[in-house]
Design a protein around this ligand. Structure first.
Ligand code: ZN
Length: 394
């Protein structure tokens, strides 16, 4: 149900992660979040970091905020986005470095390429027993952020297939069974999160479009099963909260995973079947090439498009953002359109200032279009001329 985007036309947000402040030097490691929050130094740094993430988003004027994925460690290429869940869920143990044989990482890069580091630093536990929620602590993490703001805090979770594909399965010895077991465990965790009051939950990211782009269609890794897995993971949630499905074309170390930008077109029929209220599409990096196809196919859900690129340091101008929003409005009604970044901006990519001004551009660019449509504009404190420190020449 629409709980976070209800009542706002052209709401703005980001996908999730933000660059770490330099002083946020603590890491969770394999600790339970609740246990780490007993550590005075960790607790202070963590809560202060969440606070500055919130403030930056509020000063920019975003409508829906995130905790910046503050729980993830400062590691190579944002590895913890993959490893956070299996390091804490029941059924996983050990620390196995990625091996080429049997690996399903999908990043075939050779030494000398920055993405080779992504594989070299992929150390994941094995799947050794029945999967359970363990100590994911999603609701505690969300509460630590939501109690710092009145705006809705969007909480993101990795999808089960990405965990299953990244670990060695010594227990189920069956990829389909492993994926569904992780899916069931995540569903229980997400229900606790929704029951705690979280107004918007985002699943990151079903492999539907990536399988289509790679032409993969085997017995397990196929679009229909990925839709089944998504819908199983979020079953029952839309009666309680707003569910988002995040898709993009990759993020590790802010690198593109494809030499040429793939199209969403072959995946849209399947994506339209996910049990979600909003689907996000990486759109800025492609110049909005799929907007017409997205508008034609995705009719009964809201569409969130990226209007700033997470790969580049060049900050998009408000005029560039507005142009992409106008292009989207040719195919998607304003009541169904949400604006965001293409993906998270914090997985070892840009600086805090780059991310901040990209967020400001999302809001100022959307405001340009809101003005044209006579819609209420968001207050962007960062763009207030009266607060410039530069004095007029006398
Ligand atoms: Zn993404």
């Amino acid at each position: 149900m629409y709980t976070a985007t209800a009542g706002v036309v052209l709401p703005t947000t980001i996908i999730g992660s933000l660059p770490r402040p330099g002083w946020y030097t603590q890491n969770l490691g394999s600790r339970d979040f609740r246990e780490a929050m007993v550590d005075r130094v960790y607790r202070e740094q963590y809560l202060d970091a969440v606070s500055v993430y919130m403030r930056d988003q509020e000063v920019a004027g975003l409508d829906i905020v995130t905790d910046g994925d503050c729980r993830f460690d400062a590691d190579v290429a944002g590895h913890n986005w993959f490893s956070y869940a299996p390091l804490r869920m029941d059924g996983f143990a050990g620390a196995r470095p990625y091996q080429v044989k049997g690996g399903l990482a999908g990043i075939p890069h050779k030494p000398g390429h920055i993405l080779h580091d992504v594989l070299e630093t992929r150390v994941m536990p094995d799947l050794v027993g029945p999967v359970g929620r363990g100590k994911l602590r999603y609701s505690a993490i969300w509460k630590a952020a939501q109690r710092q703001t009145k705006k809705a805090v969007k909480f993101g979770s990795i999808t089960p297939e990405l965990i299953a594909m990244a670990v060695r399965d010594l227990h189920y010895k069956d990829l389909r069974k492993a994926i569904l077991a992780i899916s069931d465990a995540l569903n229980a965790e997400l229900h606790e999160l929704a029951d705690a009051g979280c107004k918007v939950i985002q699943m990151e990211e079903p492999q539907i479009h990536l399988l289509a782009a790679k032409g993969l269609n085997d017995a397990v890794l196929n679009a229909d099963f990925m839709v089944e897995v998504f819908n199983n993971t979020v079953r029952g949630l839309r009666a309680k909260t707003e569910v988002w499905c995040h898709t993009c074309w990759g993020n590790p170390a802010a690198q593109r995973l494809f030499a040429t930008q793939p199209s969403y077109a072959p995946a849209l029929e399947a994506l339209n079947r996910v049990d979600a209220d909003v689907i996000t599409f990486e759109s800025c990096s492609s110049g909005g090439m799929d907007l017409e196809a997205i508008g034609k196919r995705i009719r009964d859900k809201k569409v969130c498009i990226g209007v700033v690129d997470h790969h580049t340091l060049q900050v998009e101008t408000p005029e560039q953002v507005a142009a992409l929003v106008r292009k989207a409005l040719e195919h998607i009604p304003a009541e169904h359109l949400v604006l965001a970044s293409d993906c998270g901006m914090g997985r070892e990519g840009m600086s805090r200032r780059h991310a901040f001004y990209k967020m400001v551009s999302i809001v100022l660019g959307t405001n340009l279009v809101r003005r044209e449509l006579k819609l209420p504009e968001a207050h962007c404190l960062a763009g207030e001329p009266g607060y410039s420190m530069i004095e007029a020449e006398k």
